[in-house]
Design a protein around this ligand. Sequence first.
Ligand code: BGC
Length: 246
Amino acid sequence: MEIFGVDIGGSGIKGAPVDLERGDLAQERYKVLTPHPATPKDVADHVAEVVGHFGWSGPVGITFPGVVTDGCTRSAANVDKSWIDAEARRILSDRLGLPVTLLNDADAAGIAEMAFGAGRGRGGTVIMLTFGTGIGSALFTDGRLVPNTELGHLELDGRDAETHASTKVKEDEGLGWHHWARRVQKYLMHVEMLFSPELFIIGGGVSRKADKFLPLIEHVRAEMVPAELQNNAGIVGAAMAASDRA
Ligand code: BGC
């Protein structure tokens, strides 16, 4: 069975039909640049371009880089502030003329990793963290998602953790792997102190370079593994959420 998945990010909007049996893209994904400013209406037009590229008509799962409750977007740390309290699911669904399921981007990536990637078969408390423009989180207890945890915004040393330890900050401040790994370590230790997870799944684009920084991280008791689905986790998880299998 196939469902369409779309991942809305700060730089790109990408999507593809997803094969739910394999947990993988059924066709090569299509990507457009995120418009600026990324208002709900402009983003909906671009999502329509991605979905239209495949001539898709059927349910669509869509991720958003902020809190999503009752189909409304409630926060907008790294996107246009007009998303706050927007009826995003209705706006997207009206534009596409298709049923839409909307969820947080890290939650979507986590759902996919738990089913098809690094979290397969893992019970207990598992936390997926995505390092990118911001820091996203997905918390699972015995395989069940607790949505919208927003652990990237925990306060660490009096500041918003993602403004200290995201990959964007690494790039903006020109930090080397050791320096950045120290910040990530401090952040992981803080999350561990609060939740005592058995497993951290480290996702986001930087997970491709896990060998450069995961070995540098000490003093974290939980197992730490890189995400396996990498760039496609959001698309796959969005499609899963739009099916009855999530
Ligand atoms: C947002 C989260 C999102 C994360 C990754 C954070 O700034 O608050 O909702 O999951 O960035 O995109």
